[in-house]
Design a protein. Structure first.
Length: 165
């Protein structure tokens, strides 16, 4: 099997400074000035919407509470409600911008369930189209995305502005 090198992913695998909060990509409450670089699309009172830097498909978004909690049982009622309101907003924005034919929506609780960042709860919404999976993941273990992350961010960000979840 050939190797595909992605050295920039080490940022997410290594923790340089635990005290600075750099260990968790979802711990961003006070980092509003970094939103475009971090691909944050929308901020609420208790949660936010961010693009997945390693998407399964074009437009793959993540929703997370600001609080660093590992499980849905740790969420307050307000956090839970806002995340679900944001899910509806994200679905509507993705429908308007990308016109997908369906969506995968889910939460992976715990590493064994597939959570890459198991310590900070987050929800996935992945737009889907007929034929969006091809032979590349099967034969080469490579995903082919039709649009650069920056272009997708530029398309989605204005659609989130001024909206309520």
């Amino acid at each position: 099997m050939e190797q595909l090198w992605a050295p920039w992913r080490m940022t997410y695998l290594e923790c340089k400074d635990k005290d600075a909060g750099d260990c968790c990509v979802f711990c961003i409450r006070d980092r509003v000035d970094e939103d475009p670089q971090r691909l944050v699309l929308f901020r609420g009172r208790h949660a936010f919407v961010i693009m997945n830097k390693y998407p399964y498909n074009n437009g793959h978004l993540l929703l997370a509470p600001y609080r660093h909690v590992p499980d849905i049982i740790d969420l307050t009622d307000e956090e839970m409600a806002e995340m679900h309101q944001m899910l509806r907003l994200a679905r509507n924005v993705l429908q308007e911008a990308l016109n997908p034919q369906g969506f995968n929506i889910g939460i992976n609780l715990g590493r064994i369930a597939g959570a890459g960042l198991a310590d900070h709860l987050h929800m996935h919404i992945v737009p889907r189209w007929s034929g969006d999976t091809n032979f590349m993941p099967v034969f080469s273990e490579v995903r082919v995305l039709p649009q650069h992350l920056d272009a997708t961010y530029a398309l989605l960000a204005p659609l989130f502005q001024g909206k309520n979840p």
